[in-house]
Design a protein around this ligand. Structure first.
Ligand SMILES: [Zn+2]
Length: 473
C-alpha cells in the first residue's frame, strides 16, 4: 500500500532508465543480487529489467537461477483489511507519509557532499560481524546451520531496508547500512522480513495485513497464562542483573505482565538476556516471540555511553513483547518534523514507515502518540551533525526535544499499549486499522457504530475497566 511517492526526477526520465537498466545502474555496485528488492517484487513495473535469482519459487517471475536459500522463504497470506468494512469507514484509510521532493533533494545532497551513500562504513561492517559472531555462538547447540541461516536473515533484512529506499526511489543512490539490524536495534526473522518484502503466493501483494491480533501475523504475542520466563547470560555482573530486573519490574507494576527468572533452560519460549560484546549499540532484540528463545543483547560497557540501562532493558523487552518504535508510527508526521537534511541516508530505515508490502504490521490500539515513550529515539538519532536534530517535535519543541529518547522507564502510554495488547482477554480488535480509526474519532460516529462495537473494542475502549487491568501480586 501507499507506494505512491512524489517523483523528483521527471517521470519520462525514470521510466526510460528503469525500463532498460544499464549494467551497474540497478542494483548499485557492490549490491548483492540476493538483496535486490526486485527479487521479491518481480511484477513491480520498475523491476522489469531485473534478471537475478528468482523470488524463492513463489508466484510468477524470474525462475530461481541462484542457489536456493538455506531456509525456504515463507509464503504469507493474510486477509484484506478492508473486507467487510462499511463504506463510510473506507474513507478513513490511513495514508503513508510521503517524502517531499525537497526531502529527497536533501537526502541526495548529503550523498553528494559526503562522498556517496553506497559504501559500507567500518562501523557497519564491525556491527554486522559482531552480531553474527554472537548469534552463531548462541545458536550453535540448537542450529548447526546457524551461520548460513543468519546470513540469509541479514541479507533479507538488508533487502527490506533497500525496498524502503526503492519505494522512495532512492535505491539507485543509497545502499542501506548492512549491519544485520532493522532500525538499529531490532532483528527480523526470515518470516518477518519476507512479510515486509511482500513475498506472496498470489498477486495480491498489497493486501497484507499483519498485526498482533491476527493469528497469521509473523509478530507473535506471548502466552501469558503463566509468567514469561527469562535467563541471564553468566557474564552479567550482579548490579547489571539488578538493573535489568528493575526494568522488568517497571513493566510489571504498570501492566498484568509477569516475568520470572528461570533456574534452568525453559522448555518453552523465554527471554535470554545476553551481554553485548563491545558493540556500538545499547541494546538489540527480535520483535515478538521467536524460536527457540528471544535473545536481548544489552550493552553495559559501551564506549559511546549507554545511559540508563534500566530503560534500555525495558525498551528491548518491549520489542521482545512485540512493540516497535514510536517514531515509526503511521501518524508520526503530525507530531514530528523529520529533518532529512541531517539524517545519514544509509539509516533511512530508522525513519521510514515500514509498510513496504502494504504491511499494516502494527496497531497503536488508539493510544495517542507519545513523546515520553520509552520506545522513542533521541532527537539526534542517525545525525550527520550530532549537535543538530534529526527529528523535531511539532508541539512545544523546546520542551519535548529533550524528552525524546527518555530511558527512565516505560511511559503511561507505553503501559496502556501493553495492557491493550495483553491484559484485556475478553476484548478484541479485529482490524489493524482500529487504532487509526479510534484516533480519528470514528468509534462513535456515523452509521458504522455497530461495526466498531464488534470489531474495535480495544482501540475504542468498549471494554469498561479492562484497560486498567493490572494483575495483583
Ligand atoms: Zn528499539
Amino acid at each position: 500500500m501507499y507506494l505512491v511517492y512524489l517523483v523528483f526526477l521527471s517521470v519520462a526520465l525514470i521510466s526510460t532508465i528503469l525500463a532498460q537498466p544499464p549494467p551497474g545502474f540497478f542494483p548499485p555496485p557492490g549490491f548483492n543480487r540476493w538483496q535486490n528488492p526486485c527479487r521479491f517484487r518481480p511484477r513491480h513495473p520498475r523491476c522489469r529489467g531485473f534478471r537475478g535469482p528468482g523470488n524463492g519459487g513463489f508466484g510468477p517471475g524470474p525462475g530461481p537461477e541462484g542457489p536456493p536459500p538455506p531456509v525456504p522463504i515463507p509464503v504469507i497470506t493474510t486477509p484484506d483489511p478492508l473486507a467487510g468494512v462499511p463504506d463510510g469507514l473506507r474513507a478513513f484509510v490511513p495514508q503513508l507519509p510521503k517524502l517531499s521532493a525537497e526531502d529527497k533533494k536533501s537526502i541526495l545532497n548529503i550523498c553528494a557532499t559526503t562522498g556517496g551513500c553506497k559504501a559500507q562504513s567500518a562501523d557497519t561492517v564491525a556491527k554486522r560481524d559482531s552480531i553474527l559472531q554472537q548469534e552463531v555462538e548462541r545458536l550453535k547447540a540448537t542450529k548447526p546451520n546457524a551461520q548460513n541461516e543468519l546470513q540469509q536473515q541479514f541479507d533479507m533484512t538488508h533487502a527490506v531496508k533497500q525496498a524502503l529506499l526503492f519505494d522512495a526511489e532512492l535505491s539507485n543512490d543509497v545502499v542501506a547500512a548492512n549491519d544485520g539490524t532493522f532500525q538499529d536495534d531490532t532483528m527480523l526473522t526470515i518470516a518477518q522480513a519476507a512479510a515486509m518484502l511482500g513475498t506472496s503466493a498470489s498477486s495480491r501483494a498489497k493486501r497484507y495485513a499483519l498485526f498482533f491480533e491476527a493469528a497469521e501475523n509473523t509478530i507473535k504475542k506471548w502466552d501469558i497464562s503463566s509468567p514469561i520466563q527469562y535467563l541471564f547470560d553468566n557474564k552479567f555482573a550482579d548490579t547489571e542483573k539488578a538493573t535489568i530486573k528493575q526494568g522488568l519490574q517497571d513493566i510489571m507494576k504498570k501492566t498484568c505482565l509477569r516475568f520470572e527468572e528461570a533456574t534452568a533452560l525453559p522448555g518453552k519460549p523465554h527471554i535470554f538476556y545476553q551481554k553485548a560484546n563491545g558493540a556500538s549499540y545499547c541494546g538489540l532484540s527480535y520483535v515478538g516471540v521467536v524460536d527457540p528463545q528471544n535473545v536481548v543483547y544489552l550493552n553495559f560497557g559501551s564506549p559511546t555511553g549507554c545511559k540508563n540501562m534500566l530503560g534500555v532493558a525495558a525498551h528491548e523487552t518491549m520489542h521482545a513483547l512485540g512493540v516497535t518504535h514510536q517514531q515509526n508510527r503511521r501518524d508520526r508526521d503530525k507530531f514530528l518534523t523529520i529533518n532529512w537534511n541531517n539524517i545519514n541516508p544509509q539509516n533511512y530505515d530508522y525513519f521510514a514507515i515500514p509498510d513496504a508490502a502494504g504491511g499494516k504490521t502494527y496497531t497503536d490500539y488508539g493510544v495517542p502518540y507519545d513523546y515520553y515513550s520509552v520506545m522513542h529515539y533521541t532527537f539526534n538519532t542517525a545525525a550527520v551533525d550530532v549537535t543538530k536534530a534529526t527529528m523535531t517535535p511539532k508541539i512545544k519543541p523546546d520542551y519535548f526535544t529533550k524528552i525524546l529518547g527518555q530511558r527512565e522507564g516505560i511511559s503511561d502510554r507505553d503501559a496502556e499499549l501493553l495492557r491493550k495488547m495483553y491484559c484485556m482477554p475478553d476484548c478484541v480488535d479485529k482490524n489493524v486499522w482500529c487504532g487509526y480509526w479510534a484516533l480519528e474519532d470514528r468509534c462513535m460516529t456515523g452509521d458504522y457504530v455497530d461495526f466498531m462495537i464488534d470489531n474495535c473494542q480495544k482501540s475504542c475502549d468498549f471494554c469498561p475497566g479492562q484497560a486498567n487491568t493490572i494483575a495483583k501480586g
